[in-house]
Ligand binder design. Sequence first.
Ligand code: ASP
Length: 321
Amino acid sequence: MSRTPILALHGGAGTIPSGSLTPELTDAYHAGIRAALEAGHAVLRAGGSALDAVTETVMSLEEEPLFNAGRGAVYTTAATHEMDAAVMDGATGRAGAIAGICGPRHPVLAARAVMEQTAHVFLAGEGAMAFCREIGLEFMDPAWFGTERRLDALRAELARRASGAADTRSDADRHGTVGAVALDAHGNLAAATSTGGLTAKTPGRVGDSPVIGAGTWADNATCAISATGQGELFIRVAAAHEIAARMRWGGQSLAEAADDVVNRVLAPIGGSGGLIAVDAAGNLALPFNCEGMYRGFVGADGGFRSAIHREDWRVRQALSR
Ligand code: ASP
């Protein structure tokens, strides 16, 4: 049965003070979201798989230095980058994840290779890097991932910690993540997430993004999810899997389950953030419990929509098919 493909993405959530976004920067974020939607939706329009679509979408976001994934990743306290990523295929239940790597141009491709080329689900650190080299992934110099903006954020945070001053940073300076979820014409779901994690994180720290069931999940019977926010809290409540479990066992709709997890499970324990979700019927949910979430989607009408705060959607009508 041929279904209308659906694609959604996020580029991180949190406090995004309107004053910190110049009109130029706002346009640049919308353009980055739009370009990634176009890359992923082209795959779906051509009859490609949800797995390929979310991979392409995340690769586009990893390439855009505005987002904290791939190029533009934040720094650890040691002024290094440690990137995490995951993919999950809802049709087969297979998943792949990678943590603590710096080198592969596209961490999402490393995660996908773990899924497709190993007997494992999750590789981390040195072994993960050796695997990425062995299979010939494209590598970039560590400096290629860095940006002045992220370095400034690291310096400011280290100075703040040394002075003991209160933490008044916007979440855009603290963290961020990119992710995509899709339903393809064949009725299959997939999710992918990629991140540099938290600014000034302890080397070795791994967040929720690559943890299957926390920041990433896909299962044709329920939904595909990619999360963003304070990763420790998303891990503790197995946020993405909690949504799938509520749908599967509790009979909740995608909208109810996603909203409950973001606003009733995560918010009360300080789990600031949001997520994007799509179910097998093509319903979408993009809840967040903070000021904003960089996000976009292409729904059943084929229009391209992008937003940052609550009600600032920009719409471009469907590309000719
Ligand atoms: N969830 C990510 C992490 O904890 C950060 C984010 O999404 O902003 O690594």
